[in-house]
Write a protein that binds this ligand. Structure first.
Ligand SMILES: [Zn+2]
Length: 509
């Protein structure tokens, strides 16, 4: 019987797991030192190894002769676990068992001592799908678990897991797998399977899979069905990439403001029963690519798409402004969020497309620069060959008063949020402060590299996103770092100087 590659090549020990050394090393050390927790939460996008690591963990804590925190893979426990023949390792898919009764059954069952193992290990996949009642029932078990029970909860959507559950678990964030790691693994597997796979083709599969090993191996499976000698062309045919034209058709229509063409294309997608939410996610991804191509043309590796697709994106990018891309990206993102709970996904998507084609440019995301745009003429007429700065709601800095600025209390939360997307950049904001007044935010940075990094529009955009995620508001952001501290001629600089001198009242509550 044919076994899917991703099953056959699922890693059996921690050392086989790729791109997650921060997790596998910690788990191995815990097992080696007998210091495992009773509940874990594994989070990350699909195909990054959450369930795989949970299974290895379940084997390793029960293995009769573990080696250095790894399961031996030879003892009867390891072998039976591998065959799914061990009643003490229980896997449950919360997507299909999400009710309170399912969790009550689990709780009762958890009270019985393990049959053959040292620990009973419950692996609950897609745990965010549990109902509220089910979460409450689970919480009770997590609060007072029998000492012979361990839980591993896995989720792709951490935001939907209640804080009460999170606080009971050790949390591990799984990275998307690096494209080059996927490529190398594909080449290794193909070689072992006696299948010809050239480097270009492997690279292409890896970039389509976008950080998910399972998707990469499914595509490889499809390719093998086509040919034993896999080249770029085989990948094109097998993975139906030629079929991704509709995505770029819609994107082009949106930037040409051709609502009719966009709607007709979506009609075609709908009639082929394609998932509209997935389509919207793909469209967002390409919109992001457009933004990166426009804002940072030299940073080629940031853009995730195929070479041919890149040409189409570049053509669109040449005909539009960064301001317009960001505005459309914003509109689309809002629609994407609404899509998940909208009863009529089709209407939601069509509305979004009509908005996108109407050409209204909304207030853009905050941009960051070290100086306020005192001379508005420069903003209105940017020098040729330069990307115009995103238009902002007009702010007259000379009218703002330092005493009206208040420290942003959630600044630490913003930095934490920001560090999730841009850890290196957020590091340069250590010991910084932020002050707000209406929709204006002033950041007083302490690190001179700060401004350099923030000249890259993507970083500024990401900070704006983090601010928005935490405060729910969009701000016009101005900042300065030590090397510009002496420049008091600029209004924002003056305000900050006074803020630093304590003239801005600091709230104590
Ligand atoms: Zn073993």
């Amino acid at each position: 019987m044919y076994r899917a590659l991703y099953r056959k090549w699922r890693p059996k020990s921690f050392d086989d797991v790729i791109s997650q050394p921060h997790i596998t090393t910690t788990l191995k050390n815990q097992i080696k030192n007998g210091k495992t927790a009773h509940a874990y939460l594994f989070t990350g996008s699909r195909g990054t190894g959450k369930t795989t690591c949970a299974r290895i963990f379940a084997k390793a804590v029960n293995c009769l002769s573990p080696k250095d925190g790894e399961p031996c893979l030879e003892c009867e426990i390891c072998r039976d676990a591998e065959n799914g023949a061990l009643s003490d390792i229980i896997e449950m898919d919360a997507a299909s068992n999400n009710g309170v009764d399912d969790i009550r059954d689990l709780r009762e069952n958890a009270l019985y001592t393990p049959e053959r193992c040292r620990y009973k290990v419950y692996i609950i996949d897609e745990v965010h799908m549990l109902s509220n009642q089910a979460f409450n029932a689970l919480l009770k078990t997590l609060e007072e678990p029998p000492e012979f029970v361990k839980f591993i909860l896995a989720t792709t959507e951490i935001a939907k897991v209640p804080a009460t559950i999170l606080s009971r678990c050790q949390r591990y964030d799984f990275n998307r797998i690096r494209t080059e790691d996927i490529r190398d693994r594909l080449l290794h597997i193909a070689q072992s399977e006696g299948v010809g796979l050239d480097g270009d083709a492997a690279q292409m599969i890896a970039s389509i899979a976008d950080g998910g090993m399972r998707d990469a191996l499914s595509i490889l499976d499809q390719c093998i069905a086509f040919s034993e000698n896999i080249t770029r062309d085989v990948v094109f045919d097998a993975a139906g990439i030629a079929g991704r034209d509709y995505l770029f058709d819609v994107l082009e229509a949106v930037f040409e403001r051709d609502a009719k063409r966009a709607l007709v294309t979506v009609e075609g997608i709908y009639s082929k029963s394609k998932d509209l939410q997935r389509f919207c996610a793909e469209l967002l991804e390409q919109m992001r690519n457009l933004m990166l191509i426009k804002a940072a043309p030299s940073e080629k590796e940031l853009v995730r798409c195929l070479p041919d697709e890149r040409e189409r994106l570049a053509a669109i990018s040449n005909k539009t402004s960064l301001e317009e891309i960001i505005s459309k990206l914003d509109t689309l993102k809002e629609s994407f969020e609404r899509l998940s709970y909208s009863p009529s996904k089709r209407i939601e998507l069509e509305t979004a497309l009509i908005k996108l084609c109407s050409g209204q440019v909304r207030q853009a995301q905050p941009s960051i620069s070290e100086e306020p745009p005192l001379n508005r003429n420069n903003v209105k007429n940017p020098p040729k060959n330069e990307i115009p700065a995103p238009k902002e709601e007009q702010v007259d800095f000379s009218k703002l008063r330092a005493e009206d600025f208040k420290p942003l209390r959630e600044w630490a939360d913003v930095l934490e949020e920001f560090s999730k997307t841009s850890p290196a950049v957020s590091g340069t904001l250590q010991n910084s402060q932020a002050y707000v007044n209406g929709n204006v935010m002033l950041i007083n940075a302490q690190n001179e590299f700060f401004l350099k990094l923030f000249k890259i529009k993507e970083n500024a955009f990401a900070l704006g996103e983090a601010v928005k995620a935490v405060t729910g508001k969009t701000y016009v952001i101005r900042a300065r770092a030590p090397q510009t501290a002496k420049d008091e001629s600029k209004e924002a600089g003056k305000l900050l100087e006074r803020a630093k001198n304590g003239e801005i009242p600091v709230e104590t509550n």
